[in-house]
Design a protein around this ligand. Structure first.
Ligand SMILES: Nc1ncnc2c1ncn2[C@@H]1O[C@H](COP(=O)(O)OP(=O)(O)OP(=O)(O)O)[C@@H](O)[C@H]1O
Ligand SMILES: CC(=O)C(=O)O
Ligand SMILES: [K+]
Ligand SMILES: [Mg+2]
Length: 597
């Protein structure tokens, strides 16, 4: 699936990417009085072809809801300074709301048109560098679609503040930034270095790894290990790898709970870094392999996540589908009114062994290359990534490529050429989303790193359009019920029609989001406007490739839905008369092709 590209031939100098001003004034909600937005005229001149499949036995349309509220999320801002200018203008509009839209999406659609909206979604890990209200807002303006909080770090109080701040941003500014909670899991890791930000291990130094708990400050060259069985499992002569080999030690002596090690590859130790040990060139998985995927601490964190209304729970070190099914029923029993999507993190040998059943059971997957690269040889990680991305696409599950995409930007304002090539490769694989880890959590340049992801994604996506590279992946049938099969076929056909006719956008009216994700799976050339009446469905859709999710209350009457949507979007200058649109609906399982009147 990966296509070769000569990065040097790309006309836009990629280096300039990081020179774009990283922060810009806040966007604000643009508001227009309700009356002026109601559809005034009948769509008489509309050029329309209408096919309808009534397998669901759609009933008569109820009267349209009076709520004309429509919210668009920030899908991808190609042009942040322009968006900021539009935001300033929008802020002066009146405050009687009928249409709410975040200024970034609005400005982007107005200025660049549908076709140039970003398709690849962006996830930012939130940490000390980005947990403030202004910093979170700058990330949302810069294109963050999902905010990730890692339960390995911080207190519930800290995470609560972050989650609430994101929710406030959505409510006040019209964004649809989803929140992903990532579990700690029970793999072996170091303690938190007694408060130090990092520690340097030099060649030949003797360090003590101990299961004892210490009061800070820690004794010199001592590291706490979180796994009680560590001192028993490890043997003299084993190799101890920090973060998959960023620093290496050799075990030279065991003294009760303390394990003395000599540093063989020097480097920087970071708080709570992952630890693996190797014997005769293989990863040792003694009793730690028996540890539960979801620890008792993880269950408390999951309860916290449910109570705080997170949109995604990412499960670390998944070994089998069973744990995913268990978590899904746990969630279903506790939140009846909304869904929380469960993302399987593929970062262990076991998860690769059971890959297909795990992905089938999950609502999405993450290629967690950090830990994956500590469990399999590094040179195998790219092939694993490609395989996972492809399988997720076939099974219609959103997939995130994570870790070290722009690692050098933790310290430096400009990425390496190799990092830019790595980001491009993930975009070319048509992964749903790219993720920042330390770059946004604790790096020096979180907004610049986000700008690089955005610019590289946009550039590769534009290159596809310039080269007319439609994506021709064979997509197997995935649905089981006949009704779902109809939706799937409609979406496959609509995507094909969209490419062949060169339409400007596909509009999909979807209650659950399913039809929107079938469309996203086809990776059509044009953006997909997904209209849903649920704010939580809207946020969840924000992880998926090519979807621009809006919240809109709509009826079963497509005629009235379309009239209303056209009026609302035209009034904001986001679409124009003459734009060619394909419209789908999952209530009617219908498909229409028309020019905007
Ligand atoms: N909430 C937080 N508080 C303090 N530091 C954080 C926080 N979240 C992340 N960090 C810092 O950012 C670095 C990268 O974060 P990230 O969550 O991506 O770690 P990771 O090791 O890639 O993920 P995982 O632990 O799931 O394998 C961490 O090593 C840590 O130093
Ligand atoms: C993101 C993550 O958990 C990893 O790369 O290991
Ligand atoms: K984690
Ligand atoms: Mg990990």
């Amino acid at each position: 699936m990966a296509q070769a590209v000569n990065l040097l031939s790309l006309p836009t100098p990629l280096r300039s990417v990081s020179k774009v001003p990283a922060s810009s004034p806040s966007p604000s909600i643009a508001r227009i009085p309700p009356r002026s937005l109601l559809p005034q005229s009948s769509p008489r001149h509309r050029h329309r072809h209408h096919l309808r499949f009534d397998a669901c036995g759609a009933s008569a349309a109820p009267p349209p809801s009076p709520d004309l509220g429509l919210l668009a999320s920030d899908n991808g801002s190609g042009n942040v300074p322009a968006a900021a200018a539009a935001a300033a203008a929008a802020a002066t509009a009146t405050a009687t709301a009928a249409i709410d839209v975040d200024a970034v999406t609005e400005a982007e659609l107005k200025e660049n048109g549908f076709r140039s909206t970003r398709r690849t979604k962006l996830v930012c890990t939130i940490g000390p560098a980005t947990c403030g209200a202004d910093q979170l807002e700058a990330l949302a303006v810069g294109g963050m679609n999902v905010a990730r909080v890692n339960m390995c770090h911080g207190t519930h109080e800290w995470h609560r503040q972050v989650i609430r701040q994101v929710r406030r941003l959505n409510e006040e500014k019209g964004f649809a930034v989803a929140v992903m909670m990532d579990t700690e899991g029970s793999e072996i890791h170091m303690g938190d270095l007694g408060g130090a930000a990092s520690a340097k291990a030099e060649d030949g130094e003797i360090w003590t790894f101990s299961v004892r708990s210490f009061n800070s400050p820690l004794p010199e060259r001592t590291i706490h290990v979180n796994y009680d069985g560590f001192a028993e499992d490890v043997k003299v002569g084993d190799e101890l790898l920090v973060d998959g080999g960023m620093v290496r030690f050799e075990v030279i002596e065991k003294i009760g709970p303390d394990v003395k090690c000599r540093c063989t590859d020097p480097g920087l130790l970071l708080p709570r870094a992952n630890l693996t040990f190797w014997r005769d060139g293989s990863l040792v998985r003694e009793r730690n392999a028996m540890l539960p995927t979801i620890s008792s601490k993880d269950w408390l964190d999951i309860d916290f996540g449910i109570a705080e209304g997170v949109d995604f729970i990412a499960v670390s070190f998944v070994k089998s589908a069973e744990v995913i099914n268990h978590l899904k029923s746990y969630i279903a029993a506790r939140c009846r009114d909304r869904e929380i999507a469960v993302i399987a993190k593929i970062e262990s040998i076991d998860s690769l062994k059971n890959l297909e059943e795990i992905i089938r059971a999950s609502d999405g997957a993450m290629v967690a290359r950090g830990d994956l690269g500590a469990q399999i040889p590094l040179e195998q990680v790219p092939a694993a990534q490609q395989k996972i991305v492809k399988l997720c696409r076939q099974l219609n599950k959103p997939v995130i490529v994570a870790s070290q995409l722009l690692d050098s930007m933790i310290e430096y304002p400009t990425p390496t050429r190799a990092e830019v090539a790595d980001v491009s490769e993930a975009v070319r694989q048509r992964a749903d989303a790219l993720m920042l880890s330390g770059e946004s959590a604790m790096g020096q340049y979180p907004e610049k790193a986000l700008t690089v992801l955005r610019s590289v994604s946009l550039r590769i996506e534009r290159w596809w359009r310039e080269e007319k590279r439609h994506e021709g992946m064979e997509l197997p049938d995935i649905t089981s019920s006949f009704s779902d099969k109809i939706s799937e076929e409609i979406c496959n056909s609509a995507a094909k029609m969209a490419n062949n006719l060169g339409v400007d956008a596909v509009f999909v009216y979807t209650k659950t989001g399913h039809m929107a994700s079938f469309l996203s799976r086809c990776r059509p050339d044009c953006p997909i406007f997904a209209f849903t009446s649920s704010t939580s469905v809207r946020r969840r859709l924000n992880l998926q490739w090519g979807l621009i999710p809006f919240r809109l209350s709509f009826s079963d009457d497509m005629e009235s839905n379309l009239n209303r949507t056209f009026s609302l979007l035209k009034a904001r200058g986001m679409i124009q008369s003459g734009d060619l649109v394909i419209a789908l609906s999952d209530m009617l399982q219908s498909i229409q092709v028309m020019h905007v009147p």
